[in-house]
Write a protein that binds this ligand. Sequence first.
Ligand SMILES: [Zn+2]
Length: 250
Amino acid sequence: MKPRYWLVLAGLLALVLIITAGVFIYNRYVPAAGRWALFREIHTNRTLFEQYALEPGMHCGDAPFAFPTHGVILGLWQQSYRFGHTHSGLDIFSGTQPGVTPVYAAYPGYLSRLEDWRSTVIIRIPSDPLQPGRQIWTYYTHLANVDGESFVSEDFPPGTSEVYVEAGTFLGYMGNYSGDPGAPTGLHLHFSIVKDDGQGDFLNETRIHNTYDPSPYFNMKLDHTNNPREVPVCEDVMTFEDWELVGNNE
Ligand SMILES: [Zn+2]
């Protein structure tokens, strides 16, 4: 072949690669805009908030887990918030103020709080209700204010180890502590279901492959790859398009 053909071929290949990358990036990041478009509205429009808000203690259908707080789920499992990031849990927004909205245990188990945890508790579940015999963990975080003042219940001081709690036990209040004072996260509860390391300890929940898809535990569409736009609600999932159609986009 003449050099010119090689150039044309290389150009076409580059074009295909650019288009493929563009489609990949679009699918991965942009569709969540449908759900995130509600972010500001749920904080300012209480009627709209209540339309999507789930109630604490609610079981969706035959879901084993009870919903842990009062709020709207905007951050899903496997969602990317920024390049290279994959979200390992659920982010539930209450639209209130730090230290106001209670958080409860979704399922019974044995609660621990490490000595240096200001805003976090973890609950060991010896037998996964969906896979009996398998040990799993439920992780609740951001239960502190921007300065790191803890909102975790006084029943669970730092160093708490293996205290049995029933589903519905009060764990603390929703906050906005990120671990870095001065760089608060938006007010929300981060909840994740964490894998056991096989030695009776929990794995690092910030890594997506150390966590489970919460969808079957709550009986809702909570995996971002299967639900890139909709706000998850129980049974009847209202889409962002529906939300616009009912006139809430003014
Ligand atoms: Zn989160």
